[in-house]
Design a protein around this ligand. Structure first.
Ligand code: N01
Length: 581
């Protein structure tokens, strides 16, 4: 590995950006395959999203025993989680432990942003320029920047005149903030807004929540993790992790095959009530299998969730504003809550409907919404992210023929299998457009993407291939398939969502995530790897020019390869899985 020197070109096999779940495992995997790796991270330490999202109440919505790596058996067995759902600091501690345990920090340069990356079509290499001035030449460029790493703060008129403090949940300061006795505004009611609201309501003198779209929530039902449960889980770990790897959502539990449609209403009510009592995503995915695909079934479950809100919120006007209507439950990523609606029964907590009272401007003392001026000491933007494409579009990335990634993605995310973008050879975008990451449990999804990328670049090296590129034909057919599949779900019916960029007033075309599920996505990727990546355009060292040697798959192929495998097939895949070898 070359040394860091301003303006000096160093050479490496692979550059990785990001030190979150994907980036850490990416570096570890590439090193196992014998590659030289340089990695850059903007933050001063590892953690990715968990480094930045330190707002009070930040907590993961996946159960801790599923929100961790599975690639190393001893790591999985050794780490002891303290709660059913891990709080932000515990996940951060875990990722720091992983970095130390596998000695990964030595490959990372922290507090360093990649500013530009330019592809040299003759050398078939990327030239990467970092914020330190260092220039690195690399054959492969792998982004592990996460989907939710560029906070979106609305351009509110007068924000600079505000004399109090304003913050974004996605860029929380290291020093804790004391809300005691303060007048606080929270703007946004997604997962971050719900969590921060629940926490701040405990100490603030006045808390006003500004809501654009009323949200559904499901109770989280967090609790200390019973040591016996943790031991039981770990003693069955291999089986559970296999299930996770071939599950729909990257979680080993939910596999309801019972449709709601046609059920006795009393049975439905009992089933929903029981799942509500358990809490978590089981309510959404583990009750009835058609909640995410059938609008009538969904409406029944949405009505159940609305009745729950009505049973909590006592003030009729607050209830009117808070009640979500007009869109299916689960179309937007649903927050899990711990007493969110209950806080509106406190006299010091208020809700403002931004559709009726839009924010006009911030003033020195607060903000004006509708005709009312509100006084605040702190304004918290829980307004989400420029998701999926935002982080890469911040960099100046230039591919074949001077093509800019910003232009390619100007109309929304576009890519092949979440990993390849036509015109950008040797760039692998983990969890990128057309992947499964944004709607599935992150760690197993990240592991799949990393393993696909690591095995791919090792295969290329071992077969004397020095260039891989997604073709427009393959990407178009894939996007067409992904888009058609999305319309069998509720996702496209969200009034606004970070999934498709409509949270920022732009609508992605096509829908950017593969909705049929993690297991099917894995099977498609496994088949493509087994074919020798021939659905990409590959260039062998020493060949003149690029050959049109690829074979794009059509939607029929994608549908065929995801048919349920026989148990013998499944057993043989699991045998071959790199897990714990
Ligand atoms: O962001 P969001 P988030 N003016 O986009 C509103 C993960 N996560 O940070 O609904 C006023 O969901 C916006 O309104 P609307 C998780 O995957 C996980 O909360 O678009 N309001 C919405 O209410 C999650 O889905 C965890 O109409 C504006 C809110 O701000 C993802 O991160 C915890 C606005 C943004 O909600 C993002 O969550 C936290 C504007 N100009 C996050 N712009 C856990 O696992 C936006 N809004 C627990």
């Amino acid at each position: 590995m070359g040394s860091v020197a301003n303006g000096i070109i160093t050479e490496t096999d692979v550059v990785v950006i990001g030190a979150g779940f994907s980036g850490l495992y990416m570096v570890h995997s590439l090193r196992k395959f014998g590659f030289n790796v340089r990695a850059f991270e903007k933050a001063p330490d590892v953690g990715g999203t968990w480094y930045w999202n330190r707002y009070p109440g930040a907590r993961c919505d996946s159960e801790s025993l599923t929100y961790c790596y599975t690639f190393d058996e001893q790591l999985f067995q050794d780490w002891v989680w303290s709660e059913r759902y891990p709080a932000g600091p515990e996940v951060l501690k875990y990722l720091r432990h992983v970095a130390d345990r596998f000695d990964l920090r030595q490959h990372f340069q922290f507090e360093t942003a990649v500013q530009s990356a330019t592809y040299d079509e003759v050398a078939r290499r990327w030239t990467i320029t970092a914020s330190t001035g260092e220039v690195v030449s690399t054959q492969f460029f792998i982004s592990a920047v996460g989907n939710l790493s560029v906070p979106a703060t609305p351009a509110v008129k007068g924000i600079e005149s505000f004399q109090g403090q304003w913050l974004h949940t996605g860029r929380w300061p290291l020093q804790p903030i004391d809300f005691t006795g303060k007048r606080v505004a929270v703007i946004g009611t997604g997962s971050s807004g719900v969590q921060v609201t629940q926490e701040i309501a405990k100490t603030a003198a006045h808390l006003t929540v500004f809501q654009r779209t009323p949200t559904f929530t499901i109770p989280l039902r967090n609790m200390p993790l019973d040591p016996d449960y943790q031991r039981l889980w770990k003693s069955n770990a291999r089986e559970l992790i296999k299930k996770t790897r071939y599950s729909d959502g990257g979680l080993p539990f939910f596999a309801s095959s019972t449709p709601l449609k046609g059920q006795d209403p009393e049975v439905v009510e009992q089933g929903l009530e029981a799942a509500w009592g358990v809490g978590g995503f089981k309510f959404l995915f583990g009750t009835f299998c058609d909640v995410g695909s059938d609008h009538e079934s969904n409406a029944i479950v949405a009505d159940f969730a609305r009745r729950k809100i009505a049973s909590i919120v006592k003030d009729a006007e607050k209830l009117r504003v808070l009640t979500p209507t007009g869109y299916p439950l689960g179309a937007k990523r649903i927050p899990l809550d711990t007493g969110y609606f209950q806080v509106y029964n406190q006299d010091n907590v208020h809700i403002v409907d931004l559709k009726e009272n839009p924010i006009k401007e911030m003033t020195s003392g607060g903000l004006i919404a509708g005709e009312t001026e509100h006084a605040f000491d702190l304004v918290i933007f829980a307004t989400g992210f420029d998701a999926i494409t935002g982080p890469l579009m911040q960099m100046d990335i230039t591919g074949r023929g001077g093509q800019k990634l910003k232009d390619t993605w100007a109309d929304g995310p576009y890519g092949y299998l979440g990993v390849g973008v036509p015109g950008f050879p040797n760039l692998l975008t983990l969890g990128g457009p057309g992947g499964v990451g944004v709607i599935s449990n992150v760690p197993p999804t990240a592991e799949q993407a990393v393993e696909f990328a690591a095995e791919c670049v090792a295969y290329l090296r071992d077969h004397n291939i020095d260039e891989i590129e997604a073709t427009t034909e393959a990407a178009d057919l894939w996007c067409e398939h992904v888009h058609a599949e999305a319309f069998k779900t509720m996702y496209p019916y969200a009034p606004s969502s970070w999934h498709d960029g409509s949270n920022l007033g732009k609508k992605a075309r096509p829908f950017p995530a593969y909705t049929p599920g993690f297991s099917k996505f894995r099977r498609i990727c496994d088949n493509i790897a087994a074919e020798g990546y021939t659905s990409f355009k590959l260039h062998h060292k020493g060949e003149a020019g690029s050959k049109a040697n690829y074979k794009a798959h059509d939607p029929e192929w994608y549908t065929k390869v995801v048919q349920a495998p026989s148990s013998a097939e499944l057993a043989s895949w699991l045998e071959k899985s790199p897990m714990w070898t």
